[in-house]
Every structure is written in structure tokens, then in C-alpha cells.
Unconditional design. Structure first.
Length: 235
């Protein structure tokens, strides 16, 4: 609820309405054409919440993204790799690759894709997502932002903080040498490094659960408030 004359400037946004107590969000103003997106997102968030978390990937998705590539082909080639290509390839081939997140898997190099024990797709995301996945938990920020302004600024900020912290682990566990940026590697090529990675992964999974629950509450609230007009929308 916003009060005062300055609050009336928010009325230019159709998501807000004037009430006797001030200017407030009107959930019924959520565009009906986006209802299908909310239904899809609720299904995805609930499936991720309910599926048992997996903690054995050890961040190999970033390694699979540079598997069997030349130096010119590497995505972030402004930073050196910590291993020569053959040694990096042996690392990928010697460990089980089990990435469940499509937006990570889609960047695997062509020879790395068959090595993945799962073959996630965009359409089947709800069949694969699980709360142990770093990228699934980073995505909470994306979903919160897509739900704005009906997702609160506090919720968006909390999701952003989680995504920021996860991304640091994600890149420190990658094959890139980021010493120039002040980041020491999490050496998943060693038992100690894998244990460190999993400990952090479990912590992030725990932090994600209340945020996912809050996003589900937003989805449920919007689905109750916004009428079903039969429009479709992409995610």
C-alpha cells in the first residue's frame, strides 16, 4: 500500500488502483494473456520443490560446455582454462555427467551431450528440475522478476542475492582460471573439492526452499485473482 499524493503517480501503471487507504496493487489487473505462463510456472516450481534433490553433479556442466573445443571456440575465452584440452576432456569422461537443467544443457558442446545421463528439454523442464541444481535455484531470480510488480521488491532482492552467491560457486567450480578476478577455484577434480562443492550446493538448496514457496504463493494469488480468458502466453 502506497500513501500520499506522490503515490498517485503509480496509477499510470494498470497494475495499481486507488483505494480509500491509498494506492495498491490490483492482482486482478494481471494480464489475462499471461495466465498460461503462471500455470506453467506454478507447475515447474511445485515439481522442483517436490522432486528429491540431487547433489552429485559437481558442476561438470561448465566443463561440458568447453569439452573438446579449441581455444577459439571456448565461450569465455577472455579467461584461461586451468587445464589443457585433453586433460579437461579426461575429467569430463571420467565422471558421471548428470545435468538436469535445460538452460545449462543446451550449451553443452555437441560431443558432450551424449555423455549426459539426462536429456532435458525446454518443454519437459518440469520433468527434470530439482532443487539441488544450482541453475534451477538461480532461476528463482528470473521468475521473481517476471512476476513483478506482483512479486515484492523484497522477494526479488532475496532471489537476486541467492543467484549472486550461487553464480560465484558456479564459476569457481568451472574449468576457468579466474584468479585475475580474485576468485580461487573450487577444485572439483579432487575429492576435497567435490566435497566442498556439495556442501555449498546443499546449503543453496536449503536457502532456495522458502523463496520457491513465496513465489508459489504469488502464483496462487494471481491465479485466484485474475480471470481465465483462455489466452496463451510463452514463458
Amino acid at each position: 500500500m502506497l500513501a500520499g499524493e506522490e503515490a498517485r503517480s503509480w496509477l499510470a501503471d494498470p497494475a495499481y488502483q486507488e483505494t480509500p487507504d491509498g494506492v495498491a496493487l490490483d492482482p486482478a489487473a494481471f494480464p489475462a494473456r499471461r495466465r498460461d505462463f503462471i500455470l506453467w510456472l506454478r507447475t515447474l516450481l511445485a515439481a522442483t520443490r517436490d522432486r528429491a534433490p540431487a547433489f552429485g553433479c559437481f558442476g561438470l556442466h561448465e566443463w561440458a560446455m568447453v569439452y573438446r573445443q579449441t581455444a577459439d571456440e571456448v565461450r569465455h575465452n577472455q579467461y584461461p582454462l586451468r587445464f589443457p584440452p585433453d586433460e579437461l576432456a579426461r575429467m569430463v569422461e571420467s565422471q558421471p555427467v548428470r545435468c538436469s537443467h535445460f538452460d545449462a544443457f543446451r550449451f553443452f558442446t555437441p560431443p558432450a551431450r551424449p555423455l549426459n545421463k539426462l536429456q532435458p528439454t525446454r518443454e519437459g523442464a518440469a520433468d527434470f528440475e530439482q532443487r539441488g541444481c544450482l541453475h534451477a535455484n538461480m532461476d528463482l531470480y528470473k521468475w521473481s522478476f517476471k512476476l513483478a510488480p506482483f512479486a515484492s521488491a523484497e522477494l526479488i532482492a532475496d532471489c537476486f542475492e541467492l543467484a549472486r552467491d550461487i553464480r560465484e560457486l558456479d564459476m569457481r567450480a568451472s574449468p576457468y582460471d579466474l584468479a585475475a578476478l580474485g576468485f580461487a577455484p573450487v577444485r572439483i577434480e579432487t575429492p576435497e573439492g567435490r566435497a566442498d562443492y556439495e556442501q555449498n550446493q546443499r546449503s543453496f538448496a536449503g536457502r532456495s526452499e522458502p523463496l520457491r514457496a513465496r513465489l508459489l504463493e504469488v502464483c496462487e494469488h494471481l491465479l485466484v485473482a485474475a480471470p481465465d480468458q483462455g489466452f496463451a502466453s510463452s514463458c
